[in-house]
Ligand binder design. Sequence first.
Ligand SMILES: [Zn+2]
Length: 220
Amino acid sequence: MTKEMNILLKNIPFLRHDQYNFIKFQIKNILHAYATTKDEGVIYTVKLSSLDKIFSLFTNLNESQVALLSKVVDIEEHYQADSLLTELKSYVIPFRNTTEKTITKLFPKVKKLKAPDLKTIDFREISYIGWYDIRSERKFLVADYNGELIGIQGTFMKSIKGICSLCNSYEEVGLFTANVRSGKETYTNRGNYICADSDNCNQNLTSLEKLKKFIELLSN
Ligand SMILES: [Zn+2]
């Protein structure tokens, strides 16, 4: 590979948002190790195990991507963690281009759909778009499923703390229930508990596995 090609490849985003979050959690673990022990052997083991877990997320990393991710083992202080996270964020693949019009099309039966203000969303910080519409008392989710944008809507009953079936974290959740087609002309209600705060949920997501299962269960 020529040097020019290497430089070109170097700046191509290759991290999904959930993978970025996963790396962030591993970095937190490393900082936690520094805060709780002075044993360099223990810290070294934590670092290697973190790096191992990070590499296991990927199959085809090039040389510069390996070098970039390997920087986690050099972290000793918070400022180094922050600076690496800023660098890594520039490699995050943004959520696919979505406009208000695209969103409206995903929910053709909803009249006067109130889409969220997309200008306020950092598309590198989300794995899905989720919002609650007070007027219709419904929650809406838009996610990328196998390269296609999918819209899911349902009623939302806010409840207490529990495990979210999207991010798998213990948070303020609510029961999301969607009316799903179960046969040719039959429909059934299916529900699951998800975070009330979708921004927070996106911050917690370290894998897309549960989000995918949720879509499979609740989309028509
Ligand atoms: Zn969640």
